[in-house]
Design a binder for this molecule. Structure first.
Ligand SMILES: C[S@@+](CC[C@H](N)C(=O)[O-])C[C@H]1O[C@@H](n2cnc3c(N)ncnc32)[C@H](O)[C@@H]1O
Length: 382
C-alpha cells in the first residue's frame, strides 16, 4: 500500500527522520508530509509509534477531478465494499490546492454522495454519516486538479494522544512539542542522564512528550480511537501483538527516566499539567511545581547537563511588549547563571522579544504552532 503521512507545517524533515529511525525506507518528502510504500504492519507501526505524525492516509485511488462530475464518478469507480460494510458510518475530509474544485464543503458532500449512492445501488443499503467518530474516515485531496482518495487509518489526528483534556493558555500541539524535542536532541541527552526542564510549562506538553520519548513509550498506547478499527482490512491480531510489545517496552522504559521537572507561576496551569501527567500515566516520573521562572534551577539529582525546553508567552496586546522583553531577559539571565552547559530549545511567536535573551549564538528555524508562525531557537549555554 502507499501511505501519505501528514504532519504540522515545516516539520516534514523531522517526521522523515523519525520514520527512518523506525526502519522505513524510500521516503519522499513534501511540504505537507511524507510518502512511501508500506505493508500493513508498517502502517500500524507509524500509527502506534510516530510522535510527530498527524494522520496516516492509505491511498485508494488517484484520478483527474477538474469538476464536480469527474469527482463524483472517480469516487464511484472505487469499489468501497473492499473497505467498508454497509453497517458502518463514514466521514469525509476534503481539501484542495491550486484546483478548480476549491469549495471544500461541497467537495466533501459530493464524495459522500458518491460513496453512499454506490452502496445503495450495489448493496441496497444506506451508510450512515458520523462526522465526529466515524467507523471509516475518507480523505480526498485535490491538487492541480488531480484527486487522491485515501482511507484515514489514524481516524483522528495523532497529536490527540488522549492525556490532554485540559487546554490551558495556548498549549503546544503534542506532535509539535515532540518534533522540537527530537530536533533538540532530547533522546541522546536523556540517555546520558541529563534532565528535561520547562520553567513555564503551561499544560506540561514538553514534559509529558519528553517523558514518553525517553521511556520509549509508544504515544499511540494512550489513544482509544483509530480509523482502521472500522476498516475491512484491519488485522486485529497483528495490531494486538504490536500493542502488547509496546506495553512491555513501556514498563521497562519508565525505569531509566532522568529527572523531568516543570514549573509555572499560574496555579491553574500547575493543576492542569498535573492532571495531564496523571492521565499520561507519568505520575512519579514527571514533577510539576508552582514556581516563578526566576527561581528555576536544575534538579539536585541531575547526572549530566540536560535540556531546557520552553515556550514563553508571546501575547501581542498593546503594552505587553515591554513586559515580554523583561520576561525573556530574565529567562536568559536565569539560564546563563544556573544552567551552564545545558541545551535550550525555545519556541516563540514573538522573535522580537526573544532578542532580549542574550544567550549568544543560536540556531533558528521556523515552525507553526497551529496558525501562528513561530521561531524555534536553540542555544547552548556556556
Ligand atoms: C505559552 S504558555 C506555555 C504552554 C505550554 N508549552 C503548553 O504546551 O501548554 C506560557 C506559560 O508561561 C507561564 N508563565 C508566564 N510568565 C511566567 C513566569 N514569570 N514564571 C513562571 N511561569 C510563567 C504562563 O502561566 C503560561 O502557562
Amino acid at each position: 500500500m502507499e501511505l501519505f503521512v501528514t504532519c504540522g507545517r515545516k516539520t516534514a524533515p523531522i517526521l522523515a527522520e523519525e520514520l527512518k529511525g523506525l526502519g522505513i525506507e524510500n521516503i519522499s518528502e513534501s511540504a505537507a508530509g511524507v510518502r512511501f510504500d508500506a505493508d500493513l504492519a508498517t502502517a500500524y507501526k507509524v500509527i502506534l509509534w510516530s510522535r510527530t505524525a498527524s494522520r496516516v492516509l492509505m491511498t485508494v485511488a488517484k484520478f483527474k477531478a477538474d469538476n464536480q462530475q469527474a469527482l463524483y464518478e472517480g469516487i464511484r469507480e472505487i469499489d468501497w465494499t473492499e473497505h467498508l460494510d454497509y453497517r458502518k458510518s463514514i466521514a469525509v475530509d476534503f481539501t484542495s490546492t491550486r484546483s478548480a474544485l476549491s469549495h471544500t464543503q461541497f467537495g466533501a458532500q459530493r464524495v459522500k454522495d458518491a460513496v453512499v449512492d454506490q452502496f445503495k445501488k450495489n448493496v441496497g443499503d444506506r451508510l450512515m454519516v458520523n462526522t465526529n467518530r466515524p467507523d471509516v474516515r475518507i480523505n480526498v485531496h485535490v491538487q492541480n486538479d488531480e484527486a487522491v482518495a485515501s482511507i484515514d487509518l489514524s481516524g483522528d489526528s495523532l497529536h490527540k494522544r488522549g492525556y490532554r483534556l485540559e487546554g490551558g493558555v495556548a498549549p503546544l500541539r503534542e506532535n509539535l512539542a515532540a518534533a522540537i524535542l527530537l530536533r533538540a536532541g532530547w533522546p541522546e541527552i536523556a540517555r546520558t542522564g541529563g534532565p528535561l526542564i520547562d520553567p513555564m510549562c503551561g499544560s506540561g506538553t514538553f514534559l509529558i512528550e519528553g517523558a514518553l520519548m525517553a521511556a520509549n513509550i509508544a504515544p499511540g498506547l494512550l489513544r482509544n480511537y483509530f480509523g482502521f478499527v472500522g476498516w475491512k482490512g484491519h488485522d486485529k491480531s497483528l495490531w494486538a501483538g504490536m500493542v502488547g510489545d509496546a506495553f512491555r517496552l513501556a514498563e521497562e522504559g519508565k525505569k531509566r527516566l532522568p529527572p523531568i521537572v516543570g514549573s509555572d507561576h499560574h496555579p491553574k496551569a500547575v493543576e492542569h499539567a498535573k492532571a495531564n501527567v496523571t492521565r499520561a500515566g507519568m505520575t512519579g516520573y514527571v514533577k510539576i511545581e508552582r514556581r516563578e521562572m526566576a527561581k528555576a534551577r536544575p534538579p539536585m539529582r541531575a547526572k549530566a547537563p540536560g535540556l531546557v525546553a520552553v515556550n514563553p508567552p508571546y501575547g501581542e496586546r498593546i503594552g505587553e511588549s515591554e513586559e515580554l522583553a523583561a520576561l525573556y531577559k530574565e529567562l536568559g539571565s536565569v539560564l546563563s547563571k544556573r544552567f551552564r552547559r545545558y541545551k535550550v530549545a525555545l519556541i516563540t511567536g514573538h522573535p522580537e522579544a526573544a532578542k532580549n535573551i542574550g544567550l549568544g549564538k543560536r540556531k533558528a528555524s521556523t515552525l507553526f504552532n497551529g496558525p501562528i508562525e513561530c521561531k524555534l531557537y536553540r542555544y547552548e549555554v556556556d
